[in-house]
Design a protein around this ligand. Structure first.
Ligand SMILES: [Zn+2]
Length: 64
């Protein structure tokens, strides 16, 4: 196997070139924002199906 050159991915939050000290983010600010999103449960873990299948109240029609 040959070592493939891994392209430097930008900050996933703002798109700026990330910093090695705050990888994969560009700064501590973006890193903090990401952490806040985690705490706010705004992150969806890939690979795990959504936990929204137990909604029995499906008759919530907006045109009622
Ligand atoms: Zn950023």
């Amino acid at each position: 196997m040959t070592t493939m050159p891994i392209p430097t991915r930008p900050c996933p939050l703002c798109g700026k070139p990330r910093d090695a000290a705050h990888a994969p983010f560009c700064s501590a600010r973006c890193r903090d924002r990401d952490l806040l999103r985690w705490l706010d449960d705004g992150y969806a873990i890939p690979g795990k199906p959504a936990d929204r299948g137990d909604d029995e109240a499906a008759d919530d029609t907006p045109f009622g």
